[in-house]
Design a protein around this ligand. Sequence first.
Ligand code: ADP
Length: 463
Amino acid sequence: MLKKKKSLVTYTIIMCGLIMTVGIACLLFIQNSIVKDDMELQAYEKLSQETRQVRRFLYYDQSKTPSIVTEYYDRDEELENDDKIYVFLKSPDGDFIDGEMPDGCSGKFPYQSDIDVIGFNGAKYYILTRKAKVGLKTLENDNFVICAMVAVKDIKANYKVLWYRTYTVIGVVALFFILFAIGLKRLVAVPMKELNVAINRSGQNLDFTEKLRYDGPFLELDMITESNNNLYDRVQREFERQEEFNANVSHELRTPVAVMHAQCQLSREIAEKNNDHEMLESIAVFERQTTKMKGLIEQLLQMSILDKNNVNLSVEDVDLLDVVESVCDDAEYICKKNIQFCYNLVPTVVKVNMNLIVIVVSNLVSNAIKYSNEGGTVEVTCGSDSENCYISVRDEGRGISKEQKNRIFESFYRADTVRNTEGFGLGLSQVMKIAKHYGGTVQVDSEVGKGSKFTFIIPVDNG
Ligand code: ADP
């Protein structure tokens, strides 16, 4: 079973996106941990500086209980400090004595020589505690403590610019990534798709004269285009060799086969006169085979005429409806199968060579009959729109597989490997050549076991 293939471009974009996301996540993680450490350091510096300051403004009453003198608060206002730092004194029993505490703070926490984070009322604070020294001397009762606190969010706010820049850089990188993805789609995926469509079209129409084109900036795509064009040249040369060979052989065989056919008729007349039944039987076989060979040679000659570039075939105003009706009348008459014919024909006059259109309709209708089952229906349609006119023949026969569909327009290709139906594998090749001669194409819609629809399309203005 074929594994479902992924688009190289989509895959590259997804992988680059993933690598970029992981890279950004790692950088954010590193920056976050650096910022966290730095915030702690900044908080420590601010709080330890503040505790040192407050020592200078301590006042001790008679009972050696400290309090903070008013000048300290006045100084604080003058400094206009950005971050709100709370400083307060605690007694040896842990009771609040003086200073300012954040709302909801109980002040009941143990002495901590290092910076710590505590949380209450849904907010977090850095806290630093120091003994209430006077100069370098600790108080007699050295259990008085100075606490300094600052809200984590206030310190965090100092990094706003850094985070703003980081997110701006991420935004710019993401924007570049989107541009890169769009560029990759436009410069690689779209040209690759177009090359693919062009190659498929050439393969389907067996037309390798139109060269592939790539004007983009990528060397690899240029190389693929060039190697395909080289391959096209070779295939086209092979086709031309084959066409030349067919033309030469059919030309050389035409006269001998015509002579053989004429001789058959003469021999039959003699055998009839002599009443020689054995001879008559053998002549009948000979005549059937020479008729078949004549048909093949005629078909090959017609094809070689179409193969010649700039061939000037006579044209006239042909009503497709008339051609379809007359060819189908004959086909219905000689049809040996039980097949129902239905028609949906619109008068469509177009300037073409009448014989070529007769060949098209005969080939498509005879194939529909040949590959239909007993009791099937064959539907023939003709008409036009503003640009094209068409003849389509639909049957309910055995259908064509996808692999066969790619080859049915090749000369001498027959999907029927048993070869139990008549034909040389030239009919569709001839129909395609005629379509291309008028700048058109032949479309096939088919499903194995359900039937096929062949549509011959040529431009209304094909001159
Ligand atoms: P042939 O003389 O073999 O019919 P064609 O060139 O007309 O040659 O067709 C090529 C092959 O395409 C046929 O051998 C047949 O397998 C397939 N084919 C053509 N028309 C039909 C159809 N209507 N239904 C199924 N297969 C078809």
